[in-house]
Structures are given as structure tokens and as C-alpha cells.
Design a protein around this ligand. Structure first.
Ligand code: TEU
Ligand code: CA
Length: 589
């Protein structure tokens, strides 16, 4: 078995503080609101809380634009509130991972205010400044939030780079002083006792210093900056330096948000030798799963197909094995709600499909992440118009594609935003059926999903068959059974367009998992009532060996089964323990 680490056996819960719990009635979530709900998180059984940024910020991108890395955002509270949250979390056995956003700062950060003031500023090279080219932007790179990635600055007659909003100027990682400032700040937080970092757009830090134009489709104004930014020339050098200077000195969990990462690069970012980070998030199943249904840019209003998702996730399971550690997620603050995107949020199917998705993901190999509200089966929100939206990405995209370029209608863009806009994940956590779902006694900064009267934590805690208790059981199983964290992954039924099945193998055990992703019954020979009849080649040889104990159903979203059938959205996980090392297991050696 590979080296055991606490972060390989942990389940991580992501909190978007602005939308989690408001303790002072200003309509904005805050740190004391999180502290007040630690018992709920402890009950769920998670090990680590990843907080989206809580540092001082003008909130152009809801905290991903930082103006002071060593101060708490005033809307979220004070440093004393943070210290209390950290102490209370630790007292309850919960670790706290911070969101490290150092690809860029806010344009209101003192470094940038200095840098933009003069070409001779001592801080000039903290950022990326370029002369105009033919009186225009230095190259054809787009911002991820629409428009050009360059903003002209009158004071000095130059452009600065911002791969996100113009209020998020990119830091110049080529500058050793910038890296020194970052490492000092990270050390300051580690000395406070935090337990790790999630690293924002870690794959963008190193840019090709020629800043060449990206390939542009005919007639397109902007080109693709990917080849010159993503997994850039010095990124692994920088991260190995960060590891030496900071990470290696503390017992941390680190996860890199690596937009555009591929398997080969992931093996470097998350190398088993611990030289860089512990793991990365890839985006192949979130960005690419409905790639054939794109309307414009990242936007679609379609439905990802399971065989595409399975092919992606299985590839990552098989190719990281023994080389690097992986992360498992359906949802985060940038994604639509999992049960709406990947499952079926119709009232008849929502609970079943949420539990099926949870089973399918949480019994794979890697560290699983639960996004706030996912454990309740929270759904996408019926945003009526752009006025209901708050996310700069959606607002800018609407202006670019509908108002300026007129390439789609406002209603089609709203369909896309309702399908995959980031605000879907950012509506208030639904605590109970009281006004504003118990999130605030004030006016919430963003609308509450109207279905909070049915979907909320209070109702879930009162219902033993809720999605909450299903997640609680999956988390407990991961803590109890090493095969879930460390067993080798093997795909099954790879040609099924309805069932996602796999098995995990470790020592004398096989864990068999099968999930029906459809609303119809599907034949499935993997599970017959008498495993000895199991006709799949996965168990036939093994079942001739003697069992050390009867096959044990670990978890299912149905209490009664049909032999050889998976019912709509049925998920089943059965553990087989063998007395002798079965031929199947021996062959694997
Ligand atoms: O997201 C990085 C990123 O790649 C996003 O552009 C993401 O792919 C997109 O939003 C999907 O629709 C990180 C943070 O997670 C995001 O919240 C920030 O807006 C962004 O960086 C800039 O800090
Ligand atoms: Ca508040």
C-alpha cells in the first residue's frame, strides 16, 4: 500500500463564506456564522474546511481580488473572529485550509497602487507592464472575464496584464521579490496554525516572457493564451521553491486549482515525492463534459453525458495510480450545483440522483471535496434575469455576447447562466424554512433559491433518509475502510451508456460499485441476489474462492433490490472479503 497521509484519508468541505451563514444581519455571510455552524460540520463528519478567500478585498470577484493578505475582509469580521474560528475548529478536530490567491492581487493592493504610479516605482516589476503595440494592447490575449487581458494605464502610458478582471492585475512571478513576499505571507499564516492552502489558478503563475499572440480563429479578436500561460515554463521551478521555502516546513495539505492541467503535468504538480503540492483539481469533467453542446465560450445549456464523464474520471484514476494523488469533486463555487448539472433535480429524482452521484465519486481513489449545500442536494437557481445575478463572469459574458456582439439572445444567455453560471453555487446556504432559509435576518446579498422551504439542513437532519445522512455514511466508510482511500481502481462495464461501475482492490478485499445514471431500470449482472451467480468476469473467478465473511453491502440509496437490475439512479457498493488470496487478486501482483 502506498504511504499513508492524513490528507489522503480526509474529506474536505468547501465553504464560500459570503453565502454560508450571516451572524450580524447585514445579509453577508461571515466568520462568526461559520463558527456557529461548526457542530453541523462536525456532525457531517468532514475533516477539513477549505475557506474561499476571507482576506481584505473590494469584492470585484468576491474575495478573489485581495487588497491585504494579512487582514480579514471587513464584511467577514475581524482577525479576532478568525482566530476564534481557527481555535474552535481545531478544538473540534476540524482543520482549516485557506484559499491562496497569488496569481494576481486586487488593483487596490498597495503594491499595485505603488506600481502603477510611476515607471520607476520600486514596485513596478511586481506586475506585468508592457508598452502599447501600434497604439493598442501588447497582444491578443483575452481576459477570462471577457474583453482584453490588458488594461491601459494613463499615468505611465503602458498596459498591465489581468487574465481575470481589470481589478485583478497579474503578479509578476519572474520577480524574486514577488515570490519572497508571497512566501513570507504564507509563512505568516502557517505560523498562525492553519492547516494548508488551496492555490488559486496555480497553473497560470509562469508566463512565456515573449507574450506572443495566441492562435485566433478567423475573425476572432482574441487568441488562445493557453500555450503561453497554462503550465508555463517555470511553474514547477516556482512550486518546488515554494515547497522548500514554506510548505516543507509545516504539516500542511495543499491542493492546486490547475485550470488546463493534463495528466502528465498533474504528475509533476502532485508528484508522490512531495516536491510540489499534494494534489490538483483538473477541469476535464466540468469544462469538457458537455463540450459538444457549447453555445459560446464556456457556456452551454445542455447536459453532460455519463460515458464522457466516466472516460475522463477513469483515465485520471488509472494514470495517477502510484504516481500522484488526485482530488475528487463535482462542485465548487465556480460550478453549477452537482445534482442539477450531473444528476436529475426534478423533485421525484433529486434525492436518489444526489445520493447516486455521491456514491459514484466518494468511493473512487483520491481526496473527495464536498461543496457547501451539496450534502443537502441543493439545486441550481431559477435566475429570472441578469438582475438576479452577481457574478462578474456572468455579467461580463452577458454584456459581451448579448449586448455587444449580439451573437445570442438574452434569453439563451440566461438559459446558459441558469445551467452553469457560478451564482448557482453562491446562493445562500439553506439552513431551515424560515425567511431567507435562516441564512440571514437581513436582506441577502443574492437571492435565496425559492426551494429552500423543502431543501434545507433542518429538514435534512430530521430525516434519516436525507442526502445529509447518506454523505455522513460515505464519509464514515472512508474513515473506517482503508480500501476506499488506498484500494486500486479498476473500471467495469466501460461500454455501458447507463451504468458507471468500478471496483477497488486491496489485499484480500474487493469493493464493487455500480451506479445507474438514468431514470430507467437497467440490467446489471454485477449484482445478483446471490453473488455466486455473479456473471461478470470481475467476480466469477473470485467467487470460487471461499469468503472470509458474507458479501457486505456497504451503502445503497435503495433499501430493496431487484436481482440483476439497477433501479432508477440506484447506487450499490458491496464489499467482498476473501479467506485466501483469490486468483483475481493474485493475478494483479
Ligand atoms: O478560478 C480560475 C478559473 O479557471 C475560473 O476562470 C474558472 O475556470 C471559471 O470561473 C469557470 O467558469 C479561480 C477561482 O476559483 C475563481 O472563483 C476566480 O474567479 C478566479 O480564479 C480568479 O481568481
Ligand atoms: Ca454578516
Amino acid at each position: 500500500m502506498e504511504e499513508r497521509k492524513w490528507w489522503k484519508e480526509a474529506v474536505i468541505y468547501q465553504i464560500y463564506p459570503r453565502s454560508f451563514a450571516d451572524s450580524n444581519g447585514d445579509g453577508i455571510g461571515d466568520l462568526n456564522g461559520i463558527t456557529a455552524h461548526l457542530p453541523y460540520l462536525q456532525k457531517l463528519g468532514v475533516d477539513v474546511l477549505w475557506l474561499s478567500p476571507v482576506y481584505q478585498s473590494p469584492n470585484d470577484d468576491n474575495g478573489y481580488d485581495i487588497s491585504d493578505y494579512r487582514a480579514i475582509m471587513k464584511e467577514f469580521g475581524t482577525m479576532e473572529d478568525f482566530d476564534r474560528l481557527l481555535a474552535e475548529a481545531h478544538a473540534r478536530g476540524l482543520k482549516i485550509v485557506m484559499d491562496l490567491v497569488v496569481n494576481h492581487t486586487s488593483d487596490e493592493h498597495p503594491w499595485f497602487i505603488e506600481s502603477r504610479s510611476s515607471r520607476d516605482s520600486a514596485y513596478r516589476d511586481y506586475y506585468i507592464w508592457k508598452e502599447p503595440r501600434d497604439g493598442r494592447e501588447p497582444n491578443n490575449w483575452p481576459s477570462c472575464f471577457s474583453g482584453s487581458a490588458w488594461e491601459y494605464c494613463e499615468e505611465t502610458g503602458m498596459y498591465y496584464l489581468h487574465l481575470f478582471s481589470k481589478k485583478q492585475p497579474d503578479l509578476n512571478w519572474e520577480n524574486p521579490q514577488v515570490r519572497r513576499e508571497v512566501y513570507d505571507m504564507m509563512t505568516w499564516w502557517c505560523e498562525k496554525g492553519i492547516d494548508g492552502f488551496r492555490m488559486d489558478v496555480v497553473s497560470f503563475f509562469s508566463k512565456d516572457q515573449r507574450f506572443p499572440d495566441g492562435a485566433a480563429a478567423p475573425g476572432e479578436k482574441y487568441g488562445d493564451f493557453g500555450p503561453f500561460v497554462i503550465n508555463g515554463p517555470r511553474i514547477h521551478e516556482f512550486l518546488r521553491e515554494m515547497n522548500r521555502e514554506v510548505l516543507s516546513k509545516y504539516d500542511l495539505m495543499t491542493v492546486g486549482e490547475a485550470a488546463g492541467v493534463n495528466i502528465e503535468e498533474a504528475k509533476k504538480y502532485a508528484a508522490a515525492d512531495g516536491s510540489e503540492l499534494n494534489m490538483v483539481f483538473h477541469f476535464e469533467h466540468t469544462d469538457g463534459a458537455a463540450a459538444d453542446q457549447k453555445v459560446v465560450g464556456k457556456w452551454d445549456h445542455g447536459k453532460p453525458r455519463m460515458p464522457v464523464i466516466r472516460q475522463i474520471l477513469n483515465k485520471w484514476q488509472l494514470e495517477l495510480e502510484g504516481k500522484a494523488w488526485g482530488s475528487l469533486y463535482w462542485d465548487n463555487h465556480d460550478q453549477p450545483r452537482a445534482v442539477s448539472r450531473f444528476g436529475n433535480d426534478a423533485p421525484d429524482w433529486r434525492v436518489l440522483s444526489a445520493k447516486m452521484l455521491a456514491t459514484c465519486l466518494h468511493l473512487q481513489k483520491g481526496t473527495p471535496y464536498i461543496y457547501q449545500g451539496e450534502e443537502l442536494g441543493m439545486t441550481n437557481t431559477p435566475f429570472a434575469s441578469l438582475e438576479d445575478c452577481r457574478d462578474i463572469e456572468s455579467i461580463n459574458a452577458f454584456r459581451q455576447y448579448v449586448t455587444e456582439m449580439k451573437i445570442i439572445s438574452g434569453e439563451e444567455m440566461m438559459q446558459c447562466i441558469r445551467t452553469m453560471g457560478r451564482d448557482n453555487a453562491r446562493t445562500p446556504m439553506q439552513w431551515d424554512s424560515s425567511a431567507n432559509a435562516g441564512f440571514t435576518t437581513g436582506t441577502p446579498w443574492i437571492m435565496v433559491n425559492p426551494n429552500y422551504t423543502q431543501i434545507n439542513a433542518e429538514a435534512a437532519l430530521a430525516n434519516p433518509d436525507s442526502v445529509f445522512y447518506y454523505y455522513q455514511k460515505l464519509i464514515r466508510l472512508r474513515h473506517e475502510l482503508p480500501i476506499i482511500a488506498y484500494g486500486r481502481f479498476e473500471p467495469l462495464l466501460e461500454d455501458s451508456d447507463a451504468i458507471y461501475a468500478y471496483r477497488r482492490i486491496m489485499d484480500d478485499q474487493i469493493l464493487l460499485v455500480a451506479c445507474n445514471w438514468t431514470a430507467a431500470e437497467q440490467p446489471c449482472a454485477l449484482f445478483t441476489l446471490d453473488p455466486a451467480e455473479a456473471s461478470s468476469n470481475t467476480l466469477t473467478e473470485a467467487v470460487q474462492d471461499t469468503y472470509a465473511a458474507p458479501p457486505q453491502e456497504l451503502i445503497s440509496n435503495y433499501s430493496a433490490h431487484k436481482s440483476g437490475i439497477l433501479q432508477p439512479y440506484e447506487a450499490r457498493a458491496v464489499l467482498y472479503r476473501f479467506k485466501t488470496r483469490s486468483r483475481v487478486l493474485r493475478d494483479e501482483e
